[in-house]
Design a protein around this ligand. Structure first.
Ligand code: ADP
Ligand code: MG
Length: 277
């Protein structure tokens, strides 16, 4: 397929909910700089796959590797540290926080690796010690910390600028006051600012109108041109066709087809999986 090294390798991934086998032995890999789309009918296991890969859910079996490192299963912070960033199908932002603060949350996941004390915040019993450390770092005017915050502000501005004038003029508005599309853009900015090895997007264009969909398509094309490795889950086939190097089709928790967009999207089995329900 690709001569480039895989940066994400998923093997034997399984997860059931009660009697429902949501993900049933999913395997795939994504090469550095590759744009891979995962498609499939509703309920075929796409979101569950993203949840397993990003550590939001624990798999019954299977492994997720980033480069050569096996990511500790069921631990979102371990996945984040390994370089996996994701957005949620329904869009998740902290409504009371501003755009800037939401994006800053994404930045903290990377700062955390450089500042071991802050990692304490992730351990339930040590949570208060971690928060105190966080407070100390925020309040004590160490020159290094100030410089770091200034750099962070610059990076946040640059990330917001990616979305033209959609986010920048509203950077300090609480996100619950924003349009749906702007909340979704904020979530993408939050995922991107961690400079992830792999960016997983779960239906970023869902609920967006045609103009907004075209705009998000252009932004994804730009990210791809910049070499960002991307896994896109999407129902809008115009986006999938235009952007994907490779398309993976799920049905009933299994990969039923894989290949270039042209190979896959016209495959009768794929068409049938979509139309069959
Ligand atoms: P897709 O994203 O492809 O639409 P999902 O991964 O959301 O599919 O769901 C796959 C299957 O797993 C569906 O049958 C769904 O109802 C079930 N499922 C997903 N998440 C849960 C959950 N948290 N609890 C119970 N069942 C779930
Ligand atoms: Mg889904």
């Amino acid at each position: 397929q690709s001569q480039r090294e895989p940066v994400l390798t998923v093997t034997g991934l399984r997860r059931s909910f009660g009697g429902v086998q949501a993900v049933d032995g999913v395997e795939f890999h994504v090469a550095a700089g590759e744009f891979v789309s995962i498609i499939g009918p509703n309920g075929s296991g796409k979101s569950t796959t993203v949840n397993l890969v990003s550590g939001v859910l624990r798999p019954d079996s299977g492994t997720v590797r980033v480069q050569s490192t096996v990511v500790r299963p069921g631990r979102p912070e371990a996945a984040a540290r390994a370089g996996i960033a994701r957005t949620f199908q329904n869009g998740r932002v902290f409504g009371d926080l501003s755009i800037r603060e939401n994006v800053d949350v994404g930045l903290q996941t990377t700062v955390r690796a450089a500042l071991p004390l802050r990692a304490l915040a992730g351990v339930p019993v040590l949570r208060w010690a971690g928060l105190l450390a966080e407070l100390f770092v925020a309040l004590v005017p160490l020159p290094g910390v100030r410089a770091e915050r200034a750099r962070a502000a610059g990076r946040i501005d640059a990330e917001l600028a990616r979305f033209g004038d959609r986010l920048t003029p509203r950077a300090d508005h609480a996100t619950h006051t924003l349009s749906y599309a702007n909340r979704r853009r904020t979530e993408i900015a939050r995922a991107l600012i961690a400079d992830p090895v792999v960016l997983l997007l779960d239906e970023p264009a869902a609920g967006m109108n045609q103009t907004e969909t075209a705009e998000i398509g252009a932004q994804l094309a730009e990210l791809k041109a910049q070499g960002q490795t991307i896994v896109l889950i999407e129902h809008k086939m115009t986006l999938v066709r235009a952007l994907s190097d490779r398309v993976i089709v799920l049905d009933e928790g299994r990969v039923i087809a894989e290949g270039s967009p042209d190979q896959v999207l016209d495959d009768p089995r794929v068409v049938e999986a979509y139309l069959g329900r």
